[in-house]
Design a binder for this molecule. Sequence first.
Ligand code: DC
Length: 247
Amino acid sequence: MQDPFRASETNTPCNRSGANTPFMVVTIDGPAASGKSTVAKMLAQQLGFRYLDTGAMYRAVALAGLRKGTDWDDADQVSRLLDGLDLRITGTKVFLGKEDVTETIRTPEVTRVTSIAADSPLVRQYLIGMQRAIAKETNLITEGRDQGTVVFPDADCKFFLVASPEERARRRCRDYERLGKPTAYEEVLKDILERDQRDRERPFGGLARAEDAIEINTDNLSPEEVVALIVPIIRAKSEGKRDSQTK
Ligand code: DC
């Protein structure tokens, strides 16, 4: 089998000093349907770290803006939206005020608006601030597009998951089937290729691999196998960090 690892040639993986806190920050980035959500959740559970789905944060802001009719190009409107926002994210649940919006943020309409909202520098600045504040309080497995590059350049461990567009389309088809919404493979593949293109071309927070991230090709691996590759790397780094803090 092909070696799933592709670490940077210029950096030893996980060689950073780590964020300047006693807590571990582990970033899991990658394109849509690369398996990062499943793997990040499993890692968090296995290691007892907090799991942060940053895509869900962007989706929740988009939903709030959709309801208010926010014009994402109007800085005043976006500022007002963010000032009045009561966004909370706990484990895998997302709340706007008291309302649990975990399911609502996954509709196609919210997905479409999210890619527009996520291009707003004000929205990005706001959510990046929230993400960094969370990392100051707990060991974190954080998942997204820009976690290892922009949000946590000094993360203790960075992973970048990739898979071929065809494999990602097959996975998405299985997800849709499970949700009772079977969709044609060709349609799903086209959607994935278009999303990749948009993600790469985004003016802010576009998809990019941090130089010191470990790239893992998940094409021929189950989520359990990916987790089994990653856990020892995080454990080793965590022990190193503990040792250096007790010296
Ligand atoms: O991972 P997801 O499909 O839930 O992401 C939803 C949207 O949010 C997608 O358009 C990419 C964007 N996003 C982002 O810009 N930055 C992140 N850190 C996470 C997601």
